[in-house]
Design a binder for this molecule. Sequence first.
Ligand code: MN
Length: 269
Amino acid sequence: MLEKGLTRRDVLTKAVPAAAIAGVGLGALAQQTRPQGQQIPPAGATPAAPGQVMKTMAGQMYGDGQYQLPPLPYPANALEPFISAQVLQVHHDAHHMAAVKGLNEAVTKLSDVIKSGSYEQVQLDGLMRDISYNGGSHMLHSLYWTTLAPPAGPQNLPSGAIAEAIDSQFGSFDQFKAFFSHVAVAAKGSGWALLTYEPISDGLAVFQVGDHDMRIVAGMRPILVLDVWEHAYYLQYQNKRADYINAWWNIVNWPAVTDLLTFFRQRNQ
Ligand code: MN
């Protein structure tokens, strides 16, 4: 799976604009098309080109033969008061960075094992677990930054294709919101709530994921992710996970979520 992933990322890296490869961030792509001095577009802004969000993100997650930490697509204080600059900075610079480092180390070790051909002498279980755990963490954290944006206003609601898909799958946005929030609140210990694109039925599915990788079906494509590890909120909200989740809805970047749905749908045709 990883070998295929590397090939795919290489292709994506070549497909994204030079600005994205240079690591200037998703927000910077938008900056290119607006007058200087304006703030990063709020949630509700339209992505530059359909499917671009995933391509840009992938280009920032891997380069020069290594997985790498993508830059935050906005200043660390851009999501205040909902997520503090301190929480965001530590989360990105320390926790996400540790996953990138762990993933690169595990992939290198696995590569050595494959070359040596001495499978009996190593504990493959531990290596596979490291790759699943850190690879899941790298992917989900990258999506987490990408699917957040500065507050769009008192009403931050989805529109267009994602709104239609949510209504079709869950009855209404309010029903989806209540269910997704419950899944996130109820996650035991460290985990995530995920809204995923389900390619077989061309529908949506919600998963409660343990750690960064447990209990998700292969082939699911996360398009909206909510980190409920304590490091994502404890410095600001302490034990009040539900308050963090309520705040999080205000900063969901629905245009980015819509664009991820578009990307995966296009590739499923
Ligand atoms: Mn996290």
